[in-house]
Design a protein around this ligand. Structure first.
Ligand SMILES: Nc1nc2c(ncn2[C@@H]2O[C@H](COP(=O)(O)OP(=O)(O)OP(=O)(O)O)[C@@H](O)[C@H]2O)c(=O)[nH]1
Ligand SMILES: [Ca+2]
Length: 513
């Protein structure tokens, strides 16, 4: 009676096993298909690149920048990058005040380079902007019609290029400061943070943005987020709403305090006390000599207030290489005598308390980089920086020239002056101290893009920085695929476990009494 029972259950067991096997096989197939679909369906789109060109018409020279970004990601932060920079030969466009028609043609070689970098099919749609800074602000003050002629000459050249001309204008010092701040914070990824970074920032209350310090040839800018910004000085106050967050920003641009004009100002002061055409100068190396033509010297708006009739046409500068005397000399450029606000930098200009980290670029970087003082991640102590500059200034000119024969004499001869000027601007002007000095980080590039106002200018004019955070998938492509794989593995494990329970293989059955 028992035998048929036994033979009767055997086919029943094997059909259950068959069903389970088929189910297992199908679920494994489903999981594989799920992963394959997730990986292929969410693959980033093939790249559709867009381009933009900005010309930075500075006081000392013009640079042309080409930027590129993936079209479908243009509202994300940190996707625009610099792909080309071309230094225009010759002086800045303000240097063409006596031959205004030559300003435009001077840009042609760099425009040609841009044509080669950008695929020709995209030339017509590529916007080109030119922004002129302090050199042109000074020329406008000195000779407005010459400034207009220079601008129309560059406009003609840019219009005849195959790109989409969007304007050539003198930007304000406020814009220059603001766009420099936008550039570095965009490149540092400070505007839009991933979930983890956001959490970390809110927990540690880390400074969310970095201030910007730009030192040009004719002007210098300081820009940073300030909690204590009141309406004391509205012209120094900016509001931004970027990627869904409000920013209250302080900015000021000091015309005539770029490093070339600061030197002119210093010489104009020195000229007040000379009684002959020989000027001993502590800010140049011992053994260094330079001749300066006096005839046009006081036509410059940065020196005109100090105009003085002199009995000679040429001034002979003789270097002394004396850091202390140079520092005292330069310090006089920062008038701390009167402040109509709760706190000031210099010349009666409002400055709220310094806050957070600062990225210092342009000549701040060129000079400090030459002097090996840009050490990161931990910046050097202020006394080390001071002693390095002091030692450098004390080196005789012949020795410096031999040691750095590959560097342009114009740059090399001025590193001592510029180093002392930077220290004085930061310490005496903005009142950085030994304690907060290390908040200043000297940087030339962030990834592959130069720090400067041009990228921020283009991002703004192409509406690439949205006021509100663009709605996007909550997970990145990588995290999404990872999560899909993990879920699938859990599913397979559960099915396997279920199968094992139902099937009860002999090895498991043994253990069960
Ligand atoms: N050592 C060195 N100095 C440089 C270099 N490029 C420019 N400079 C000098 O550094 C100073 C500032 O240069 P930029 O930042 O280009 O100034 P700019 O944009 O022409 O001037 P602004 O209109 O005032 O902004 C000027 O005195 C330049 O002559 C460089 O590669 N090395
Ligand atoms: Ca500049």
């Amino acid at each position: 009676m028992d035998e048929p029972k036994v033979t009767g259950t055997k086919p029943k067991m094997s059909s259950t096993r068959m069903i389970l096997l088929i189910l297992g096989f199908l679920s494994t197939l489903a999981v594989i298909a799920l992963i394959a679909v997730a990986v292929t369906q969410n693959q980033p789109f093939p790249k559709n690149i867009k381009y933009g060109i900005v010309l930075d018409a500075g006081s000392s020279h013009t640079n042309l920048y080409v930027y590129e970004w993936p079209a479908e990601k243009e509202n994300d932060t940190g996707v625009v990058k610099q792909v080309e920079v071309c230094k225009v030969e010759g002086p800045g466009i303000s240097g063409y005040s006596h031959a205004t028609e030559k300003a435009g043609p001077s840009l042609e070689q760099c425009l040609q380079q841009a044509k080669e970098v950008i695929p020709s099919a995209q030339h017509k749609e590529t916007p080109v902007y030119l922004g002129a800074t302090a050199g042109m602000r000074l020329l406008r003050l000195q000779n407005e019609s010459a400034a207009d002629k220079v601008l129309s000459s560059v406009e003609n050249t840019l219009r005849s290029a195959p790109f989409n001309f969007q304007g050539a204008r003198i930007i304000t010092g406020q814009e220059e400061g603001a766009y420099g701040w936008i550039t570095i914070n965009y490149l540092l990824g400070n505007f839009k943070q991933s979930g983890w970074k956001k959490l970390l920032h809110s927990l540690k209350s880390l400074s969310e943005t970095s201030g910007a310090l730009d030192l040009g040839g004719a002007s210098t800018q300081i820009t940073f987020v300030s909690k204590e910004l009141t309406s004391e000085s509205p012209e120094n106050q900016l509001y931004f709403r970027l990627y869904g967050k409000d920013y209250q920003v302080y900015t000021h641009s000091f015309l005539c305090y770029g490093k070339d004009q600061a030197l002119q100002q210093k010489l104009a002061r020195d000229l007040q006390t000379v009684d002959n055409s020989l000027l001993p100068d502590p800010c140049f190396h011992k053994g260094y000599e330079r001749t300066i033509n006096i005839s046009d010297f006081f036509k410059n708006p940065c020196t005109s207030e100090k105009k003085k009739q002199l009995p000679f046409n040429q001034l002979y500068i003789k270097g002394e290489g004396d850091y202390q005397k140079c520092r005292e000399n330069i310090q006089n450029l920062f008038d701390k005598s009167n402040c109509p606000y709760s706190s000031c930098s210099f010349n009666g200009i409002y400055l709220p308390p310094l806050q957070g980290d600062f990225g210092a670029f342009s000549a701040f970087y060129f000079v400090m980089n030459f002097l090996n003082l840009t050490s990161e991640p931990k910046p050097l102590a202020l006394n080390k920086v001071t002693s390095t500059i002091e030692t450098f200034c004390a080196r005789p000119w012949q020795e410096v020239k031999t040691a750095y024969h590959h560097i342009k004499e114009k740059y090399l001869s001025e590193y001592c002056f510029s180093g002392v000027y930077i220290l004085s601007l930061l310490e005496n002007g903005y009142e950085f101290t030994e304690n907060n000095w290390q908040m200043v980080h000297f940087l030339g590039k962030i990834d592959s893009s130069d720090a400067g106002w041009t990228l921020g200018y283009m991002l703004n004019l192409t509406n690439m920085i949205p006021a509100e955070e663009p709605a996007g998938p909550p997970l990145s492509h990588g995290s999404y695929v990872g999560l899909m794989v993990l879920c699938s593995l859990v599913l397979v494990s559960v099915l396997l476990f279920a199968w094992l329970l139902l099937h009860k293989p002999k090895c498991l059955q043994k253990g069960i009494v």
